[in-house]
Ligand binder design. Structure first.
Ligand SMILES: Nc1ncnc2c1ncn2[C@@H]1O[C@H](COP(=O)(O)OP(=O)(O)OP(=O)(O)O)[C@@H](O)[C@H]1O
Length: 308
């Protein structure tokens, strides 16, 4: 599939010298959902803001649909919808008037059939004449999405779409996102919630201190999540791991006098029985054994924690 969004060597240094993005490279395919995971201050909003033309990059390029976000700003921007995290709506304005106003901002003719189809998709058609202040929190968030869709963007950015909302509303938002994907919209969402990325993303990107640490298919990450660890504490310290145990790719923690064996939790064979047999043959005596499951959360926390 073709890239709809291409980011090359993108860096951002804010005035005052703070380096918010460091040489980010990312290609996003048309029709995919990418979740950008990262702790506060990682650079997610900076990245989105550069692509949307709200912040200037210090170096590097970004193109949307082949249009450079700086040189071809208008064309690039016309392909992008942005749903901000904060709900900023005119309280006395009706839903439909809000949408008409947004169309005007993009210089789009008011197309009643289009507005109707957007509102129907977001289950807001019945509320078209309601003032925004009369809507529930979930409806307001859907109005923000409707406004972002008025100019029929091909790429939609959702900045923390479910920050601070209850479980039911989060699921409702996820359903909306899935429907948009079915309509062919490419979606990039930022989130702090790993379960959100698990629930809806095709790919997950992890960003920390301005660096994109990994971008991977969610299913592959889930396989990694399925890893388990067995920690075998030994009676005696070990100088070297015996050659006979090399096929288990064991790690050894001298501090804890512990051998660490990682294996696929869902694999057909865990290899534990043969490992025990081979440990016995090698004359290694065990003091204690523990198993633990590593989760996507572990992987994420391990990646983003500042090791400095
Ligand atoms: N205009 C600015 N001037 C200076 N520094 C800024 C500016 N905007 C953001 N930053 C800094 O850049 C870093 C990245 O901020 P950014 O908002 O992109 O992070 P984020 O990943 O979106 O965080 P959050 O999850 O909290 O929204 C932060 O340390 C922030 O303080």
């Amino acid at each position: 599939m073709a890239s709809i969004l291409s980011i090359q060597n993108l860096s951002k240094q804010y005035e005052g010298g703070f380096q918010a993005l460091k040489n980010v490279n990312l290609d996003i395919e048309e029709g995919e959902i990418l979740a950008l995971l990262g702790p506060n201050g990682a650079g997610k909003t900076t990245l989105i803001s550069i692509i949307c033309g709200l912040v200037n990059a210090s170096s590097g390029t970004a193109t949307v649909g082949g249009f450079d976000v700086v040189k071809d700003f208008r064309q690039a921007r016309s392909l992008i919808g942005l749903v901000p995290q904060e709900i900023a709506l005119e309280p006395f304005q009706s839903v439909i008037d809000g949408l008409r106003f947004t169309c005007g901002l993009f210089g789009k003719p008011k197309d009643p059939a289009l507005l109707r189809s957007i509102l129907e998709k977001l289950s807001l058609w019945d509320k078209r004449d309601a003032k925004t202040m009369e809507l529930s929190g979930g409806m307001k968030r859907r109005v923000l999405i409707a406004k972002a869709l008025c100019h029929e963007p091909r790429v939609l950015f959702l900045d923390e779409p479910t920050a601070g909302v209850d479980v039911e509303l989060r699921k409702e938002m996820w359903e909306v996102v899935r429907q948009l994907k079915d309509d062919g919209v490419t979606i990039i969402l930022t989130t702090h919630y790993i379960d959100e990325a698990e629930a809806i993303a095709d790919r997950v990107g992890v960003i920390r201190s301005g660096e994109l640490l990994l971008v991977e298919e969610k299913d592959l990450l889930m396989q990694r999540m399925g890893k388990r660890q067995m920690r075998v504490e030994l009676m005696q310290p070990l100088d070297v791991i015996p050659e006979a145990l090399s096929r288990y790719n064991l790690e050894y923690s001298a501090e804890e006098q512990t051998l660490i064996y990682s294996y696929e939790a869902n694999g057909e064979r865990t290899g534990i029985a043969s490992l025990f047999a081979d440990l016995g043959k090698a004359g290694i005596i065990l003091r204690d054994v523990q198993t633990r499951e590593s989760s996507l959360e572990d992987i994420f926390v391990g990646l983003v924690e500042d090791k400095s």
